[in-house]
Design a protein around this ligand. Structure first.
Ligand SMILES: Nc1nc2c(ncn2[C@@H]2O[C@H](COP(=O)(O)OP(=O)(O)O)[C@@H](O)[C@H]2O)c(=O)[nH]1
Ligand SMILES: [Mg+2]
Length: 468
């Protein structure tokens, strides 16, 4: 017996040449089969998971990425393409900005601001389009659009929020009583709920964002993220060091319209605590959007910090190359690629002007985001990770999405809504407004950040220009 063990031990401990070959061959086979099985299940479950999940300090693993990426399958009315389909070379051509100028940059800014002021010099009131839906008589039934006022907000912003709600109520919602949806990544406090309930004339809904939606997803490499944060902090980029800001931007780009509670609504008016509204609005803004077949309404257009969107454009073009059918032939291509007022922006981003609709005010149709083109694109942005590594904002993301995948004639500039999110304003010349001076945009030193003249000159049709 003992000698048998010894013999066995001997064989194992000192293998013969043939034995070693056998062991090596079996090991190669086992490793090969394991690799095959692992990679097959990897691709089958989710091609999105690209990092070691044990590394995700804040992000969750255990199938979460599956759950999240499944959200972006796309649905809604935009799933069927109803426009001419461009080829990728045609899209590339349309996205090549062709205008040139001999003027110095400072002159271009000056010219654009003069154009802006001349434009705002014209008195306006309400859009001269269709029949505007008026407020019902007190107590009368009113068939509201399928819409909600919407705000992402923290408990500690209550005072600023009440400040803004009072203005929205006074100028508009006390006539229409649309519901509000308050969204937070934390539970709302009892005081918060009581106070906003007391300040509003519409029903108040409170939604807490599930943690697995708010926090960074499993594919984010946190070491890489903190490294990028250090670099951006050195460049003194706004909110460079804030992880919560990135969560917020990603949530506002690709998630809010997928919250279970919001699925019942088509339209939203996003507002922010601390913003100001200067003018009476005497028609139903949601019905205006609906009746005039609009998708997206805005008030201010700005340039963005190019360092925060360095790869958004090439990543987007990659998606467009694979899905040229989604690009609308009447997209806002020039506004997206203009390179005269801030030429280094388009250089730093490989072609994106950084012009965007300032998304702290927006009235839009969520079915656009829920549709195939936008959903698929968000999925590809998520795979890239730029919401975290570069701090992509929801404003450029909404704007590039709308500018490429929607007909620009379905974008409406609410020139009649007097609005301020410090330090910028949209201030119409109108009897309905008070508290701001017509044409005021912001401090002169920030004139070069105004992209509104580009929108008007490059993208607005004569028909739209005649609406006011
Ligand atoms: N609940 C919650 N809301 C946030 C958070 N960060 C930002 N927000 C909200 O998101 C919106 C944009 O944030 P804000 O700080 O105003 O960013 P800015 O407008 O880009 O300067 C505001 O409505 C904030 O109240 C957060 O961590 N939690
Ligand atoms: Mg803000």
């Amino acid at each position: 017996m003992e000698s048998h063990y010894k013999k066995l031990f001997k064989v194992v401990s000192r293998p013969t040449r043939a034995g070693s070959r056998l062991i090596v061959l079996s090991a190669v086979l086992v490793v090969g089969i394991t690799l095959l099985v692992v990679s097959a299940s990897f691709f089958y479950t989710d091609s999105n998971v690209i990092t070691d999940t044990s590394k995700t300090i804040i992000g969750q693993s255990n199938g979460l990425t599956d759950k999240i990426s499944n959200l972006w399958q796309g649905s809604g009315s935009h799933a069927n393409i109803d426009h001419e389909i461009l080829t990728y070379p045609q899209i590339e051509d349309a996205l090549t900005f062709k205008q040139t100028s001999d003027k110095r940059r400072s002159e271009i800014v000056k010219d654009n601001m003069e154009f802006y002021h001349d434009f705002f010099d014209k008195e306006i009131s309400e859009p001269k389009k269709g029949t505007l839906a008026r407020a019902p008589a007190q107590g009368a039934d009113y068939d509201r659009a399928n819409a909600t006022l919407l705000v992402l907000v923290r408990n500690e912003e209550l005072n600023q929020l009440l400040h803004t709600i009072r203005q929205i109520e006074e100028h508009w919602n006390s006539k229409f009583h649309y519901p509000y949806t308050f969204v937070n990544d934390q539970e709302f406090s009892a005081k918060f709920k009581q106070s906003v309930n007391a300040a509003t004339s519409g029903k108040c809904n409170f939604v807490v964002i599930p943690k697995e939606i708010w926090d960074p997803p499993a594919n984010i490499d946190m070491d890489k993220l903190f490294h990028e944060i250090d670099i951006m902090e050195e460049q003194q980029i706004n909110y460079a060091g804030k992880l919560s800001y990135r969560n917020m931007c990603r949530f506002n780009s690709g998630y809010f319209y997928q919250l279970d509670f919001l699925k019942q609504f088509k339209w939203y008016w996003r507002f922010e605590p601390g913003t100001n509204y200067f003018c009476d609005i005497d028609y139903d803004l949601f019905k205006f959007m609906e009746e005039n077949d609009k998708t997206y309404g805005f008030v201010i257009s700005l340039y963005d910090a190019p360092q925060t969107v360095e790869t958004l454009w090439p990543v987007t073009l990659d998606y467009v190359k694979k899905n040229p059918q989604f690009v609308h032939p009447n997209g806002a291509f020039k506004w997206l690629t203009e390179n005269l007022q801030n030429p280094w922006h388009a250089r730093a981003t490989e072609g994106y002007s950084t012009c965007h609709f300032w998304s702290n005010f927006e009235i839009a149709n969520m079915d656009f985001y829920r549709g195939e083109a936008y959903s698929g694109w968000i999925k590809s942005l998520e795979e890239n990770g730029g919401f975290y590594y570069e701090r992509w904002g929801d404003a450029p993301v909404h704007s590039v999405g709308i500018g490429l995948f929607e007909d620009k004639d379905k974008v409406h500039w609410f020139r009649d809504i007097g609005y301020e999110h410090s330090p910028y304003k949209n201030c119409p010349k109108s009897d309905k407004c008070s508290g701001c001076s017509a044409g005021d945009f912001g401090p002169g030193s920030l004139d070069d950040q105004n992209c509104m003249s580009n929108w008007i000159k490059l993208e607005m049709s004569n028909e739209q220009l005649a609406w006011y």
